[in-house]
Every structure is written in C-alpha cells, then in structure tokens.
Design a protein around this ligand. Structure first.
Ligand code: FES
Ligand code: FES
Length: 166
C-alpha cells in the first residue's frame, strides 16, 4: 500500500507516494530522476549508492525511502555550490585523476566528504580503511587516496576561510 514520504533532497522539500518496500536509492533515481547515485551491486558491498542522510553517509540501497521521512538527504547532484562550483572534494578527484570510468565516483566522493568531516587530516591508511565500503574496479585506489588527501586539505582551507570571514 503506498505511503506518503516527505524529505529534503539537495535543499528542496519533496513529498511523494511510495511503496513501503521502495528503497531510498530507487526513490532518488527513479522517482526524483537523480541518477548520479549509482547501483553497482545487489549485495550492499560496492558503495556506489552512498548519499548523505542528515549529514552522514548511508548506502542508499540498504535504506527504505520511508526511513528517510523527515530527513535531509544530499546526493552527488547537491554537493556542488549553487553556481556550479565543484565541492573541494569533487575538484580534488578531478585534479588528481581519482577516477577512470567514474561509476564508483559519486559514492566515493560522498563517503570521502563524510570521512573528512570526522577526521579532517586523515592518513593514507585511515583513508583506505574509511573507504573500505566503496569498491573501485578501475583505479587501483592510489589516485583516489591522493585525491581524498588533497580534498581534505582543501576542505580545511574552505573552513578556515569561512571562519576568517566571520
Ligand atoms: S548499490 Fe552497491 S552498496 Fe549499494
Ligand atoms: S573509476 Fe571505474 S569503478 Fe572506480
């Protein structure tokens, strides 16, 4: 039986009818058309579907849309600034060639942003451990780690710039 769900997605409030069994990833991709969130497995292992729910990274293939009722959800489409300026982590992935085919990248970037919010200066080992839930079939991870280190530095710079401006 359909139920009504309301959540904020990338800053906009959306209300839709969903089936109780509808996964959050299906809701984002098929109901809202936000196809930047990918589905790379059916075993909850790949991390291509990671989004932020109330600021924390969540594999959206493991959550029901109804579980996000009332939550603030951010997908990769909502990470850049309104004027299109890339988030520092997105810019770092581009700069340091942290992607090849790009299939894993949305989930990788969303996980990396959450990781750096918890640990602003992660070591290489901490990045590798923090991204264990995200699988990349292309890059061998080396450039992803470099990108996350650079993204962490850039995010720290952005935060200090914000504080200085206040
Ligand atoms: S689609 Fe692979 S973990 Fe969600
Ligand atoms: S860049 Fe292809 S799967 Fe990661």
């Amino acid at each position: 039986m359909p139920s009504t769900v309301t959540m904020t997605v990338n800053g906009k409030t959306v209300t839709r009818e969903v089936e109780e069994r509808t996964l959050l990833v299906t809701f984002l991709r098929e109901t809202l058309g936000l196809t930047g969130t990918h589905v790379g497995c059916d075993t909850s292992q790949c991390g291509a579907c990671v989004v932020h729910v109330d600021g924390r990274s969540v594999k959206s293939c493991t959550a029901l849309a109804l579980q996000a009722d009332g939550a603030a959800v951010t997908t990769i489409e909502g990470l850049a600034a309104a004027d299109g300026t890339l988030h520092p982590m997105q810019a770092a992935f581009r700069e340091h060639h942290g992607l090849q085919c790009g299939f894993c990248t949305p989930g990788m970037v969303m996980s990396a942003v959450d990781l750096v919010r918890d640990n602003p200066s992660p070591t290489e080992q901490e990045i590798r451990e923090g991204l264990e839930g995200n699988i990349c079939r292309c890059t061998g991870y080396h450039n992803i780690v470099k990108a996350v280190m650079a993204g962490a530095e850039a995010m720290a710079g952005t935060e200090s710039a914000k504080v200085a401006a206040e």
